[in-house]
Design a protein around this ligand. Structure first.
Ligand SMILES: O=P(O)(O)OC[C@H]1O[C@H](O)[C@H](O)[C@@H](O)[C@@H]1O
Length: 619
């Protein structure tokens, strides 16, 4: 985690908005809208987005709520712009896309990282999501469309929640705020049937930037069909850019007024966690406290996952003393909440050993990822976590296909296929990619029940293909509890035994080789094209080395086996980086693989190979 100076901390709450200074000529027309009662405004915006109407021609339509459920008349205020110039700082909305999420800098104070996710930007994106949703869902007339909002522990959470609420309320939506929540809970709120917590919602927004540093934040979107994909996010950002460019002072004020009528608060985490508790009780044969006598520590890294101790483990009877960093603190003062972070895993392991616990559980900031540690301090992380989850799922669904990301080991394939009798389908990196691939396989007739990444994202068919770190841990707890009930084992040894036979490489490294986007060698092209050229060249070089073999089936980058191990060079999903994974039985053999890559890539001047240089020199 970056060091945070006192000055930075003072700065972090200074918001980023600039005040509009443009002259507006407003003309309010009050009229009853004869079309779509609640969806008027978003639909209008979405049409604008598609038609590319100029700001000179714009009229914003605004629907207002009179009272919940009793809105006899919807009226529109038309605000005519006299200037096409945006009142706010120019924003490149497409740059905020991070795969199927939106991510940006939300807090000022870090040098070289100007704020990009301002309140106004967030408001425009929320209004754009409303427009997008209106194109897909129609209100049945009994109530307005509604969207739930949750957030993780970041210090910009509250400000962004307010902005997102304004964007939705201004679009005529009902807004249900859940406060501190997990990403998977937000998806669940689109499925739950419970009017007490205003569910099901028509859409849901989670405000989070996962494990990124404290100054970042972002948005994830859900409907009852799951998380939105890349194309949806692109669409929403295109709409948001138009909305933002045409914001007026009056429209913004009206959103502020609309908020108080539109916002409801609900404790949805109670419902979500009760379902998790119920799942473990059911698996143990409806015992009230199936974890009685188990000592389990939780490390939430000061993210949103602290609920797991008090609302899941304790009702199930587990002893939880020694759990740590459960209080939400968006400056993440202890370690980054991220199972991929070595310091985070060390902290959990230490807590398990010091407390002589049976199991340790760790979550990322928004609880869509998790990992565990057994009583001896061995990690269930990366390939070992996938092996454990595969063993659990294959017991329930013999022969099923396990879909994983591309950086999984050859040892994992052997374990899944030879020991467990399943099929390993190694696909691409990216949680959305593996989930979508598992759904596709089922669709074409190949049964798959688990899609899981080495990052700790894992989704089960039985849980609506939702990547839910808490649900993964519930499956682990089910195993612990049911093994004791059936007398087949006690403590985390049950779990450790399940991954017995998984071969793990002596050396496993990931080196991230940066592409300098400003380097002349790119010749004005994109880093992606450059990266592809590096990969093509590597592929050609490999064919002339008899000790190396390209993987016969491969979906991403160049994967090669040789010297008793393997390597994969691929393009990062998001960054101008070529990540290189090497696994081998010894350092010597890993270096041989590294040298083969180095020989092929060294002529690419814009590629920073210093990490690989150091590795092959044994530094
Ligand atoms: O391609 P990389 O830079 O290694 O990043 C890949 C990772 O990006 C994000 O963090 C996604 O949430 C992960 O699902 C994905 O695995």
């Amino acid at each position: 985690m970056e060091a945070i100076s006192g000055k930075t901390v003072q700065n972090v709450f200074r918001t980023q908005d600039c005040q509009p200074n443009r002259q507006l000529e407003t003309c309010h027309r009050r009229e009853c809208c004869s079309f779509g009662r609640r969806s008027t405004y978003p639909l209008f915006w979405s049409k604008l987005a598609c038609a590319g109407i100029s700001a000179m021609q714009l009229y914003t339509l605004r629907t207002h709520q009179i009272s919940l459920g009793k809105r006899a008349c919807v009226y529109c205020n038309a605000v005519q712009f006299v200037s096409a110039a945006s009142a706010f700082e120019k924003v490149d909305f497409q740059k905020l896309q991070n795969g199927s999420d939106i991510r940006g800098v939300a807090v000022a104070g870090v040098e070289g990282e100007p704020v990009s996710l301002t309140e106004r930007v967030a408001e425009a994106i929320a209004a754009a999501f409303a427009a997008w949703l209106c194109d897909r869902k129609k209100s049945d007339g009994s109530r307005p469309l509604r969207v739930s909002i949750g957030h993780d522990s970041r210090i910009s959470a509250q400000t962004l929640q307010d902005a997102v609420s304004r964007g939705l309320a201004g679009a005529g939506f009902d807004v249900i705020q859940y406060g501190l929540a997990s990403t998977p809970a937000m998806f669940n709120s689109t499925l739950t049937e419970d009017e007490d917590v205003f569910c099901p919602v028509d859409g849901s927004i989670m405000i989070t930037a996962s494990h990124l540093p404290y100054n970042r934040n972002g948005l994830k979107f859900f409907t009852n069909a799951g998380g939105l994909g890349k194309a949806d996010i692109k669409d929403i950002l295109e709409r948001a850019a138009i909305i933002y460019d045409n914001f007026s002072n009056d429209a913004l004020k009206e959103s502020e007024l609309a908020v108080s009528a539109a916002v409801r608060k609900a404790d949805y985490m109670n419902i979500y966690t009760a379902n998790l508790v119920e799942a473990v009780r059911r698996a143990a044969g409806n015992i009230e406290k199936p974890l009685e006598g188990f000592h389990i520590v939780v490390d939430a890294g000061n993210g949103a996952g602290g609920f797991f101790m008090g609302k899941v483990l304790e009702p199930l009877g587990a002893v939880t003393s020694g759990s740590q960093f459960l209080e939400p603190d968006g400056l993440f003062p202890n370690h980054i909440p991220n199972p991929e972070d070595k310091a985070a895993m060390r902290a959990l392991t230490q807590a398990v050993l010091e407390n002589k616990a049976d199991l340790g559980i760790i979550f990322d900031t928004d609880v869509d990822r998790s990992a565990a540690v057994d009583s001896s301090g061995r990690e269930f992380n990366r390939n070992r976590l996938i092996a454990l989850m595969s063993a659990i799922v294959l017991e329930e669904h013999p022969g099923t296909t396990i879909v994983t990301d591309s950086v999984t080991s050859d040892g994992l394939t052997a374990f899944i296929e030879n020991k467990l009798g399943g099929k390993h389908h190694r696909f691409k990196r990216g949680y959305k990619n593996v989930i979508d691939e598992a759904i596709r396989l089922n669709f074409v007739g190949e049964e798959s029940h688990l899609a899981i990444e080495t990052s700790g994202h894992g989704a089960l068919k039985e849980n609506h293909w939702l990547d839910d770190g808490a649900y993964l841990m519930v499956k682990v707890l089910n195993k612990l509890a049911s093994a004791r009930v059936s007398g087949s084992g006690c403590g985390s040894k049950v779990l450790t035994d399940m991954v017995d036979g998984l071969e793990e490489a002596e050396v496993a490294v990931e080196l991230r080789l940066k592409i300098d986007q400003n380097h002349a060698d790119l010749k004005g092209g994109s880093f992606r094209d450059y990266g592809e050229a590096v990969l093509k060249h590597l592929e050609n070089m490999i064919t002339s080395d008899s000790k190396l073999n390209r993987a016969p089936v491969n979906y991403e980058g160049v994967r090669v086996s040789g010297h008793g191990g393997w390597f994969l060079l691929r393009l990062s999903l998001h960054d101008p980086v070529l990540p290189l994974n090497i696994e081998a039985p010894s350092l010597e053999e890993a270096v041989k693989l590294g040298l083969a890559v180095l020989a092929a890539v060294k002529e690419f001047a814009a590629l920073d190979t210093s990490a690989l240089d150091k590795f092959v020199q044994g530094l």
